[in-house]
Write a protein that binds this ligand. Sequence first.
Ligand code: GLA
Length: 394
Amino acid sequence: MKHKIKKAFADVFGESEDLRIFFAPGRVNLIGEHTDYNGGHVFPCALTIGTYAAVRERGDRLVRMYSHHFKDAGIKECSLDNIRYQKEDGWANYPKGVMAECLGSGFSLPHGFDIVFWGNIPNGAGLSSSASIELVTAVILKECHELEADMLDLVKLAQTAENSFIGVSCGIMDQFAIGMGKKHHAILLNCGTLSFEYTKLGLSGLSIVIANTNKKRTLADSGYNTRLKECGEALCDLQKHLSVQSLGELTPSAFDAHAELIQNEVNRRRAKHAVYENHRTIEAADMFSNNQLHHIGELMRDSHLSLRDDYEVTSHELDTLAEAAWRHGGVIGSRMTGAGFGGCTVSIVKDDAVSDFIETAGARYEEKTGRKADFYTADVGAGARELKGDDDGN
Ligand code: GLA
């Protein structure tokens, strides 16, 4: 892969002796959806697919960027002295946002770069291609400018860039999973306190299969921000009588006892999802760590149904793929993953059933939606880093 990206760099910016290569993975969330900005738990893992970057340091303040994924967009340029969001810059606003946020936080970035990005995460699939390009940029800045920042600082910086520069009020899950990922492990992260633990995924005889609906997320950003607002309103209603800082602090029984305090029926359902999903996530992480996977299927299914009925972020395509998975005897569990509104499902499938699952679920999906799904067997990899020695990103 390094060889490929070096060649891509040479094609765009010319041969270079002193290229540095960086990588940030994509992520898949096993369970714990729309809980991060509600102060609850998430259980994501980093993937071995992600965003590579070949970087040559410059002597001046110019940044020139090219993405192999968006060849038609050509080279995007900006000066470190004048970084502004520009709609026509499309994908390049993500790395620009991280640079702007870095400067805004007081770090000094003395010189610019020529960068070629090369990603193998499908865009708009809910596998966090945007957080991946943010984190690879943050690591470039840290390593090339020797910034005194640890990975958690970079994670927070990337999240703030997405919130304030891009304008999506995302939680911290994606940036955290991508920055802090560990090979063969998922991360149980308490998004309220940022305390976390790694759980070894003892998936002996099982595979994680990601199925892409190939339905680009629509209304994702506005729908996402609306959910955030609705949960905030529900919390405000509860706070009139209860001393809680976030929905993530409530147990399901405490929620049930006080749910009537939430005035609006829609907001009540949103909050119910956040509370119950948080509880399911803690339970599921425990099962993964003890290798007791028999109950996982039920938790993943309940998660999907709650996202469909109470949180209303699934789609006909996601429901069809999840239902096709539930019908298959070789599937332990399946649910939508990521923000929803399109994107992917994640399934835990017995190794010897993977090809039959792909064939039957794919056929059923096509029959019911007229679309073709793409399937990937996910490998769980490590977090964002400079690729040194024989580290090729896998
Ligand atoms: C997106 C956001 C995350 C998280 C998920 C839903 O991926 O970026 O912060 O809220 O949606 O769980």
